[in-house]
Write a protein that binds this ligand. Structure first.
Ligand SMILES: Nc1ncnc2c1ncn2[C@@H]1O[C@H](COP(=O)(O)OP(=O)(O)OP(=O)(O)O)[C@@H](O)[C@H]1O
Length: 251
């Protein structure tokens, strides 16, 4: 199986605030193509930083990132944007849809920005697959939170990226909409062979993934295959204890 994403000994230090914060402390991980992985860990453990560095939205302080076999960390800033537009899709907690654009225009935006043909047929196909075929001409304000997030998923998929990164995609949704979006992400992986990496706080959401990667203090702290919400919650409790112990112990 090919790796959609490979992270090699990633470090990220934020030094701009006086005291340096090490958000990633030597993380090595791979995400195989066609898999759905959840990234979990206590608050401040480096989940968002990991996602940002893996997606090329931020640069690690050291280490290498490969997407679909190409080294992202070797690419200069201007080319990075182009690379991202072609190979990476994003879904954010707050949808990030442009309010003045219709659903269809929002979904087609990544293709337009990448200078590719705005394939309306493909857009209609993706929207229909996501149950939004008849909402193409609506503005986002007319959609529910769950529908908006499904538009964001359609937008992330339209350019057929090697990987879709989702940062708390269900964080702003009610239970039913969250379940719909997670079912959709799972179908995107299992029925359409896409790769999804999702940061979440929610053990129930993580249980939709094929496996869970745990972070604590910027380091990998284990993994779980075929996760259940109960097993994930238990692992998280232990991680929380571990972090509290470390913080309390003399160095
Ligand atoms: N831009 C920044 N400048 C300085 N420090 C930062 C910055 N972004 C993150 N950090 C710090 O890096 C560490 C990891 O943050 P990160 O947001 O990656 O964690 P997280 O696991 O996603 O947290 P949460 O679950 O609370 O969203 C934290 O200590 C955080 O305060």
């Amino acid at each position: 199986m090919t790796d959609a994403v490979r992270l090699e000994t990633l470090y990220k230090t934020y030094a701009d605030t006086g005291t340096a914060v090490t958000a990633l402390d030597g993380v090595t991980a791979t995400f195989a193509a066609g898999t759905f992985t959840a990234v979990m860990g206590p608050s401040g453990s480096g989940k968002s930083t990991l996602l940002q560095c893996a997606a090329g939205l931020d640069r690690p302080s050291a280490g290498r990132v490969f997407i679909d076999g190409a080294e992202l960390t070797a690419i200069k800033d201007t080319a990075m944007t182009r690379f991202r537009r072609g190979r990476v899709g994003f879904v954010f907690q707050d949808y990030n849809l442009l309010p003045a654009l219709t659903v269809e225009q929002n979904v087609l935006l990544p293709l337009r920005l990448a200078g590719r043909r705005a394939d309306r047929g493909r857009c209609a196909e993706v929207l229909t697959r996501l149950g939004l075929g008849d909402r193409r001409h609506d503005l986002p304000e007319r959609l529910s939170g769950g529908e908006r997030q499904r538009v964001a998923v359609a937008r992330a998929l339209v350019a057929e990226p090697a990987v879709v990164f989702a940062d708390e995609p269900t964080g702003a949704l009610d239970l039913r909409s969250a379940r719909e979006v997670l079912t959709l992400l799972r179908a995107v992986v299992h029925e359409h062979g896409r790769t999804v990496v999702m940061v979440t706080h929610d053990p129930v959401a993580a249980a939709y993934a094929d496996s869970v990667l745990f972070l604590a203090d910027g380091r990998l702290a284990g993994a779980l295959s075929a996760p259940t919400a109960e097993a994930v919650a238990e692992r998280l409790t232990h991680l929380g204890d571990l972090v509290a112990d470390r913080a309390g112990s003399p160095t």
